[in-house]
Design a protein around this ligand. Structure first.
Ligand SMILES: N=c1c2ncn([C@@H]3O[C@H](COP(=O)(O)OP(=O)(O)OP(=O)(O)O)[C@@H](O)[C@H]3O)c2ncn1[C@@H]1O[C@H](COP(=O)(O)O)[C@@H](O)[C@H]1O
Length: 87
C-alpha cells in the first residue's frame, strides 16, 4: 500500500533514473498528448466502473486514474504542492 505522495516520489525517480522496462518512462517518452489520452480513458473507465461494476473494480480504476494524473504532472514538471494549493 502506498500514498499519493509516495507514488509521486517513485514515479519521479523512474523519470530521473529511466530503468529498463518502466511503463512510466515509456509513457513519458510518448508525451503529453498520449498521456492525456490515457488520463481521459481512465476517467471514463472510473465512471463506468462506478455505474456498473463493483466497488473494488471502481477503486482499481480510480487508482489508475490517479497514476496517470501523476504521470501528467511529471511530464509537465508539476509537483504535488503545485496541485495541493488549489485544493
Ligand atoms: N500504479 C501504477 C499503474 N496504474 C496503472 N498503470 C498502467 O496503466 C495501465 C492500465 O491501463 P488499461 O486499463 O488501459 O490497461 P492496458 O490495456 O494494459 O493498458 P495499455 O495497453 O493501454 O497501456 C496498466 O497496464 C499500467 O501500464 C500503472 N503503471 C504503474 N503503476 C505503478 O507505478 C510504479 C512504476 O511503474 P513502472 O514505471 O512500470 O516501473 C509502480 O509502483 C507501479 O505499480
Amino acid at each position: 500500500m502506498k500514498t499519493f505522495d509516495e507514488l509521486y516520489e517513485e514515479l519521479s525517480a523512474r523519470a530521473e533514473e529511466r530503468p529498463e522496462g518502466s511503463g512510466t518512462v515509456a509513457l513519458l517518452d510518448r508525451g503529453v498528448h498520449a498521456i492525456g489520452k490515457k488520463l481521459v480513458e481512465e476517467a471514463a473507465e472510473s465512471w463506468m466502473a462506478a455505474e456498473f461494476q463493483s466497488d473494488e473494480e471502481t477503486a482499481e480504476e480510480i487508482s489508475q486514474l490517479l497514476y496517470h494524473a501523476q504521470v501528467m504532472m511529471i511530464a509537465k514538471g508539476l509537483t504535488p504542492a503545485d496541485v495541493y494549493r488549489y485544493l
